[in-house]
Write a protein that binds this ligand. Structure first.
Ligand SMILES: [Zn+2]
Length: 282
């Protein structure tokens, strides 16, 4: 999940009601915060928590912007952003979309400098008019609209899960599949003498069953082939469940497919230009 936000300027422009204990307020480009020195904090810990919650209440409604953010908005799930980045590469990558390609990352947190906001706005507006068609394979839980993963042809398959590193759950243009990695070490030579990957399961319509001892069984619903592994697509707290999945092929259009993400990025770019503050993403 990725969110973006831009701080408003109401506090530094004196447009808010003055808070109690103003001496502890800290202003950074990222946010208006409350910082109490350690020694002050432990003098009276109860009072510290009380003042902290008073500060949070004040910041929430002290100006017309909730929590003093001119913009505070959901950009997209990690899956959506990964797919968006692949699309950007197909549309010319860094040459055409330098700000998006370099600044929209999957890192936990990053800052998009205010000096790049105008460029971001321009790139987003171009994409909002882009009607290029794309073909995608999408993995969904049957009956749900939430896409677990999407895959675009002509790109390498994606690994969805591989905790133990020996079995990989993947999505590619053949559908969902499980690869197992075999390795054989020679004790005398002290080296790997055999290393190969074999496809153990492949399906476009299948179920995942929870078995005892954290095992999961995948069964293809068209031919009955199955495979047991410790890997899983979705876990429901080890409650025995049978979940049905399907891989569907869908035609999408760039400006429709990324509508929400583009709209969120536009809001952030405009807020950044208006306030002169950078965009922070987490
Ligand atoms: Zn404000």
């Amino acid at each position: 999940m990725k969110y973006g936000y831009v701080r408003c300027n109401c506090y530094i422009q004196g447009k808010t009601v003055a808070p109690a204990n103003e001496e502890f307020i800290s202003v950074t480009e990222k946010k208006i915060d409350w910082v109490v020195p350690e020694q002050e904090k432990y003098k009276d810990i109860k009072k510290y928590y009380l003042l902290g919650s008073e500060f949070a209440d004040w910041r929430l409604l002290a100006c017309e912007h909730l929590d003093m953010y001119m913009a505070n908005i959901f950009i997209g799930t990690n899956e959506k952003i990964k797919a968006f980045k692949i699309t950007l590469e197909k549309l010319g990558g860094k040459n055409n979309y330098p700000v998006l390609v370099e600044q929209l990352t999957l890192e936990n947190s990053n800052k998009l400098d205010v000096r790049l906001a105008q460029g971001l706005l321009k790139e987003v507006e171009i994409l909002q008019r882009n009607t290029t068609e794309e073909e995608k394979y999408m993995l969904l839980q049957k009956g749900s609209v939430d896409i677990l993963a999407s895959f675009q042809p002509d790109t390498p398959f994606i690994i969805l899960n591989a905790i133990h590193a020996k079995e990989h759950l993947c999505l590619g243009d053949q559908g969902f599949f499980i690869n197992k990695h075999f390795e054989k070490r020679d004790a005398k030579l002290q080296m790997v003498v055999l290393s190969k990957t074999k496809e153990m399961f492949k399906s476009r319509h299948f179920i995942q069953e929870t078995l005892p001892q954290n095992q999961y069984k995948f069964t293809d619903l068209s031919n009955g082939n199955s495979f047991e592994t410790k890997e899983k697509l979705i876990s429901k707290n080890n409650v025995p469940t049978t979940i049905e999945f399907e891989v569907i092929k869908k035609k999408t259009v760039v400006n429709e497919e990324y509508k929400e993400t583009l709209s969120a990025l536009k809001t952030l770019a405009k807020a950044s230009i208006e306030t002169g503050n950078s965009i922070f993403m987490e």
